[in-house]
Design a protein around this ligand. Structure first.
Ligand code: IFM
Length: 478
């Protein structure tokens, strides 16, 4: 059922609901050579010709490293009560192993203190795709040792910030790290090896489990440990058994490969069957599944758009449209027999169809998959071609409508029994959108890339009002 544009009764959220915004280190910080930071795989990838739009990179990004105080003040002025950001691993542990660099940890400590001072609850993500290049040179995520290195890094950050940060997220969207990074190659490190991508997925799972234990060993028990999955809402094009099987395969590759071991302690048998020509999964060692299947305190869900799939020989099949960038290599190992279709409806600048019902379905799915586990929407948002008006203001009514629709879907899920405790808009401000460079603007705050000046868009003011009142304001006419 579509969400009504402006419902008759106001959409109101529980008083303790977190109204946040999210960012990640490489997308906003800049200062890539300061304080002993060394290159991550994204520094290397973005400086490799042809890998990002216009050869753009995060060297300066939006200079958050130097402007964090103003950025926190801006969040406070808007009325947000939560902020999710990630730590740059190579800023803290430049070689990905060994002792931490104090300057790196101090930056995050200052940021956290600034947030707490303004009454904004910090949520730390330990890994948002920026593996230290040295670890990629040693094999990257397909190499088991990377999981152990990650647990060590988690412990360092947990020790440094665990006294003041309550919300922890181990990995952001491990699907992207594994399959865009090692199968389709549209993300760093740009490898195109489907077998390696499945191995990477397992080691990311292991890294999650080991880091969750490491965090627990050094942090106060009150802290919450979660991870953020970009779980796909996979819909079959028809009810034909071949299309249902295609949807099942993509569901395993998008979701089951992570939530299977993490939530249930096992990979789906159907995933093993689907990928048997690529890998025998012999790198899943005794004890790994136990290590991965750690008790969690919460689960983060990132949602943008649903996927519509059919069997490749379906008459209605069209060109590949999975929305994950242009590559001759698929991010879906062993799924050449599946076709992705464009879901009908309006789209954002990313070409992603706007469908808040998908968010409701996703929340209800995890309410069933993980009963009793609190949920957070750790990312949701839209890119639009925002431009300042002559008066300098930036009006983005499409984003307001997008946010309204998705927040109303969250609220509907809460009414249906889901325990959703917060929402983090992606993104606080325009930033480096990976392979798309700076072309796609996801921010609620506009960034002028020539001056780096920040201007809250009308959506930021709308969202801030929602945060302050706990009720969604009306949606202006587009
Ligand atoms: O910008 C990204 C973010 O880093 C991870 N989730 C999706 C966003 C939009 O593509």
């Amino acid at each position: 059922m579509p969400e009504p544009a402006t419902p008759a009764t106001p959409v109101t959220f529980p008083p303790a609901f977190l109204w946040g915004a999210a960012t990640s280190a490489y997308q906003i910080e800049g200062a890539v050579r300061e304080g002993g930071r060394t290159p991550s795989i994204w520094d290397t990838f973005s400086h490799t010709p042809g890998k990002t739009a216009g050869g753009e990179h995060g060297d300066i990004a939006v200079d958050h490293y130097h402007r964090y105080r103003d950025d926190v003040a801006m969040m406070a002025d808007l009325g947000l009560n939560a902020y999710r950001f990630s730590i740059s691993w190579s800023r803290v542990q430049p070689t990905g192993r060994g002792p931490a660099v104090q300057v790196g940890l101090d930056f995050y400590r200052r940021l956290v203190d600034e947030l707490l001072d303004k009454g904004i609850k910090p949520a730390v993500t330990l890994y948002h795709w920026d593996l230290p290049q040295e670890l990629e040179d040693a094999g990257g995520w397909p190499e088991r040792d990377t999981a152990y290195r990650f647990a060590e890094y988690a412990q360092i950050v947990g020790e440094a910030l665990g006294d003041r940060v309550e919300q922890w997220i181990t990995l952001n969207e491990p699907w992207c790290s594994a399959f865009l990074g090692y199968a389709s190659g549209v993300h760093a490190p740009g490898r195109t090896d489907p077998a390696a991508s499945l191995k990477a997925a397992h080691h990311l799972n292991l890294a999650h489990g080991l880091s969750a234990s490491a965090l627990r060993s050094v942090m106060p028990a009150r802290n919450s440990i979660a991870l953020s999955l970009n779980s796909s809402v996979v819909r079959p094009l028809t009810q034909d058994p071949a299309d249902l099987a295609a949807a099942r395969k993509i569901d395993d590759l998008a979701n089951g490969v992570f939530h299977g071991p993490i939530l249930h302690g096992a990979y789906p048998d159907s995933l093993f069957a689907a990928t048997e020509l690529l890998t025998d999964w012999s790198y899943v060692q005794d004890g790994d599944l136990r290590a991965i299947n750690q008790p969690l305190d919460a689960l983060g869900l990132n949602y943008y758009t649903p996927a519509l799939v059919s069997a490749a020989d379906n008459d209605l099949a069209g060109p590949r449209a999975d929305g994950h960038g242009a590559s001759d290599f698929s991010p879906w190992p062993a799924a050449d027999d599946v076709t992705f279709h464009q879901t009908p409806g309006e789209r954002t600048e990313m070409g992603w169809t706007i469908d808040p019902t998908g968010l409701h379905d996703l929340i209800m799915r995890y309410t069933r998959e993980a009963p009793g586990l609190p949920l957070y929407i750790t990312e949701n948002g839209a890119a639009y071609d925002d431009k300042p008006d002559p008066d300098g203001k930036v009006h983005d009514p499409e984003r307001i409508s997008y946010l309204h629709g998705h927040l109303a879907a969250v609220r509907r899920a809460v009414s249906d029994g889901a325990d959703v405790r917060g929402y983090y808009l992606w993104s606080l401000m325009d930033n480096f959108e990976w392979a798309y460079g700076y072309e796609k603007r996801f921010g609620a705050v506009y960034v002028d890339y020539s001056t780096l000046a920040r201007t809250p868009k009308s959506s930021a003011l709308w969202y801030g009002q929602a945060a302050r009142t706990g009720t969604l304001p009306p949606v202006p006419e587009v």
